[in-house]
Write a new protein. Structure first.
Length: 380
């Protein structure tokens, strides 16, 4: 018999049993209710027998026919690493800059001078005197380092010289008792440029000086109201770029090497500092807060011959990404800059040294410790 007939009979019997049970539950005559209850139970029992019979004669589910496509499909290839992912995860090699850097750090408790390879390896401490030794700069031939130190007087930092390995530390200009900082060598090694703050009308004011490396032939190059400081030489040694507050805020100026023809380069009311002339003479890098509260690095075209006040301001362009502090730039050839930055700081500000492409496209971390590492200077 067709299994669907069995299912239909089982359904009818189930409904009849349900009716009998209903009559037994709600009937008024006791004997009749007993008969209906027994009949309902019998009908449901019969329903189960009929349902089981229907299941036994139902056709079995056909088994799926195996496909032969598996014989024609090649086994899956071994997963290969993504070329793009590999390139992203692997850090690019440190540029072949060569040479060495000198910088100051407080990694051993107080600010001292350190020297390291171009990539930051093999860092060695060169000074260990009481007090601070800071802001070092290489001589053009890489044989001598000049730096500021307050080892003799905690109230006044003066200039010191030492050999490249830290030996033969000696004071440069005994005649000056005021601060002597911001030191830079002339390209020919014949002059040392710095700022000092002797009293003017009873108040200290920074002005720019230069002297011979033996401390002789001391010359004052600026003498205007407002501080004049943070000077650097042009690569031909004929001009000097510097910072002045003679107009209120810190602006970049340029003058001849003898202090004549002082002309303002920037204008706009920002605070501009630490200019450094590029080795090819084409541009000047400097730090400024013109992009926000943090200090960033900017480039400005170097003045070509005579210029008028503020004429170079429209050539300023941003070098570093805003939001972090980037400072103390120092050229390493025409294509790279050593800088200090807090770009990898977390809870506490941590200044580290980085190598930055001169167009801002690449950056490499050079130092990696919780101390303050700043004012890098490079020598080939």
């Amino acid at each position: 018999m067709n299994p669907f007939v069995y299912y239909a009979i089982a359904a009818i019997l189930f409904v009849l049993g349900l009716a009998a049970i209903g009559g037994a539950a709600f009937g008024t005559q006791r004997n009749r209710r007993i008969v209906l209850a027994v009949a309902g139970v019998a009908l449901w029992a019969t329903t189960l027998l009929v349902y089981s019979q229907a299941a036994s004669v139902a056709p079995a589910e056909p088994e799926p026919t195996p496909t032969v496509m598996a014989q024609e499909t090649a086994p899956p290839a071994e997963p290969q690493p993504s070329t793009v992912l590999t390139a992203t995860l692997e850090a690019p090699p440190f540029p072949a800059i060569g040479g060495r850097i000198v910088f100051h750090s407080d990694r051993d408790g107080e600010i001292d001078i350190y020297v390291a390879n171009a990539d930051g390896s093999d860092a060695r401490r060169l000074t260990d005197a009481a007090g601070r030794d800071f802001e070092p700069a290489w001589s053009p031939d890489g044989s001598t380092i000049v730096f500021s130190s307050d080892r003799d007087d905690p109230d006044n930092a003066v200039l010191y010289l030492m050999d490249a390995d830290g030996a033969n530390q000696r004071r440069l200009i005994p005649a000056l008792a005021d601060d002597q900082i911001g030191v830079r060598w002339s390209p020919d090694g014949q002059w040392i440029l710095f700022q000092s703050n002797p009293l003017v009308d009873g108040l200290p004011r920074f002005d720019i000086f230069k002297s011979r490396p033996d401390g002789s032939d001391l010359n004052q190059l600026t003498d205007t109201p407002g501080n004049n400081f943070m000077a650097d030489w042009s690569p031909d040694g004929e001009r000097i770029v510097f910072v002045s507050q003679r107009d209120g805020n810190r602006e970049l100026y340029v003058m001849n090497a003898d202090g004549s023809d002082q002309v303002r380069l920037t204008g706009g009311g920002w605070e501009n500092s630490l200019p450094r002339w590029s080795p090819d003479g084409q541009k000047v890098v400097f730090e400024s807060n013109r992009s926000g509260s943090a200090y960033g690095l900017f480039l400005i075209d170097a003045p070509d011959g005579a210029t008028t006040d503020g004429a170079q301001e429209n050539t300023v362009r941003m070098l570093t990404f805003p939001g972090f502090n980037h400072s103390t730039p120092g050229w390493a050839g025409n294509d790279w800059l050593y800088i200090s930055s807090d770009r990898d700081s977390t809870n506490l500000i941590n200044w580290e040294i980085y190598l930055l492409k001169a167009d801002g496209s690449e950056v490499f971390r050079v130092t990696d410790n919780p101390a303050l590492d700043r004012f890098p200077s490079w020598t080939p």
